[in-house]
Design a protein around this ligand. Sequence first.
Ligand code: IMP
Length: 189
Amino acid sequence: MSIFQHPATPDIITLRERQFRLFLTPAQINEAILRLGREISDAYEEPPVLVVVLNGAFIFAADLVRTLHFPVQLHFTQLSSYHDEMTSSGTIRQTLPLSQTRLQGRHVLVVEDIVDSGLTLDWLHEHLKTAHRARSIRTACLLFKPTHFKGLFAPDFIGFEVPPRFVVGYGMDYANEGRELPGVYALAE
Ligand code: IMP
């Protein structure tokens, strides 16, 4: 979906002395996002409000909104659970709140980069239900790692189901590096 020409996508990259291998090309990602755009547009009679989870979902959201067939209202929140760069601490902190937004009675579509354990999504679901009184909550994610999923709410719109490997690129980071990569890279085994 991107309007930019991507630079060459190398097969292997190194971040902080760790090697990552190309896992999803920009073309594969574009194709999945076009499909998601159609699925999401068909699923709603009344346009949902999008709640984008920063930082990881910023590129996914930017591409996804340009495929939707309805007028888009966007809000951003930032949640953090990763404390040692590759594994989740299990404790969610909301570092950018949604306090100024009116989500009451609205359909909400959460936009996430990855759903892994599902704990982040459970927290946000509860928050959108109780603090914001959203009418309905669904989730679109680029990647879903079902192996470790133990959440109450599985994502509704999924770009790719992937194995439980650590990934970077297309908005996702390793210790705040690698977000700008146009493809998704998986930690080399
Ligand atoms: P969960 O709460 O375990 O579902 O984790 C969700 C969040 O963890 C995502 O929004 C990402 O920010 C982060 N995350 C999970 N897996 C990865 C990964 O492989 N690479 C980068 N971030 C990840």
